[in-house]
Design a protein around this ligand. Sequence first.
Ligand code: UD1
Ligand code: CA
Length: 450
Amino acid sequence: MLSIIILAAGKGTRMRSKLPKVMQPLAGRPLLEHVLLNARELKPSSIIIVYGHGSDQVQDSFKHDKDIEWAHQTEQLGTGHAVKQAIGSVPDQDRVLILYGDVPLISSEALEPLVNNTSNELELLTAIVPDGSGYGRIIREENRIIGIIEESDADEKVRKINEINMGIMCCRADQMKTWLNKLKNDNKKQEYYLTDIVSLAVKDEIAIHGHKSKIWEESMGINDKSELAKAERLLQKKLANQHMEAGLTLMDPSRIDIRGSLKHGEDVYVDVNVVFEGKVELGNNVIIGPNTYISDSSIGDNTTIHANSHISDASIGSDSEIGPFARIRPGTDLKNNVKIGNFVEIKKAVIDDFSKVNHLSYIGDTAVGKNVNIGAGTITCNYDGANKHKTEIKDDVFIGSGVELVAPIVIGKGATVGAGSTLTKDADDQKLTLERSSQSTIENWKRPKK
Ligand code: UD1
Ligand code: CA
């Protein structure tokens, strides 16, 4: 059986943030969530998170994840001390894998060899990096690992070593328990270092098996905002590649950001500077224009989103055109063959097949039927200062330009509303309804002069 302990109690002083380090967002998810997703892929029998700093924020964010056990570390006395807070609940015969909440880029493929070796060895994940600054260095003697020296305790010679400790290790729980009890804090930081168990294993003549990570970038530990930004770019590059392998056409893979999960059909084309957030689903033959933001929405087949549109919590059907410069707000449900043009805002509205809102309009809390044409500058006046009211626009309605519909109001089937009208009462089916003062001309009027 495998148990996984994730260390996430540190404050992350170098982040200079109220948000605990492991809650800092990477590709739209907390660092800790990335580690957790990888951990789950190894199908462990238990996952224990050691928490401490910002405990409310950390626990709250994962409160629906019933597979997590929590171990509280009241004082952050080091990574070894942290593991000690959790190891008590791990059965002696289990293998235990330690993951760090601030090392989020590691793939589960890199972890598998550590976990799969069921001998009594101590398994370590290391990486050869161009610059090891800040990391614990792997000390080898005749190629065998004999210890890890932390940056702060390292001399010039050790600092030159470019094989680093990724912070990830795996061994039998009973061995780990024995070693943890022997840890001392006689180092520069006066912390109980987990890394010191390596020299204890050497003393106990337990073989140490170092696995060198194939992709060294995955070893990145994230301690400050600049490392966070670097990791974000690395991950975005990887996500862009994964989507391109699955057939997504990206105009420029370095100018797309996926902060959550993106699903797409065949022949989908994404132009530059597009941000996807949360859960987004795109059908077949969807085109996303440049500078567009889409969050938690689905878009049907053959629909084009033109440049500079902003779409959130919406469902958009097939064969439709949105934007440029459209704002589609939460609760919007656009059926098929719908057209939403420039500078149009739609909120909590259902718009049925073949209907059009082409220019400069606000449609909120509204049900629009089929084949409706809404003229430029139409506004649904849905708010009286206290309550929101509903507008209903039935099938085949034609609304002229510059119309205000004061809700609650119903525009009957096939009705025509004259341009410039402010309607406060329902409009009858099939008739022309107008609200307009009659036009007059003042004969002898003179324009004032300066
Ligand atoms: C650690 C390793 C270092 C390794 C590097 C990889 C030790 C002593 N050093 O250094 O060899 O190269 O990670 O990124 O292990 N934490 C707790 N409780 C504590 C202290 C830390 O839960 O008392 C957690 C932190 O939240 C963090 C992780 O452990 O998620 C690592 O701690 P951090 O202080 O960042 O260690 P590094 O100095 O980066
Ligand atoms: Ca770290």
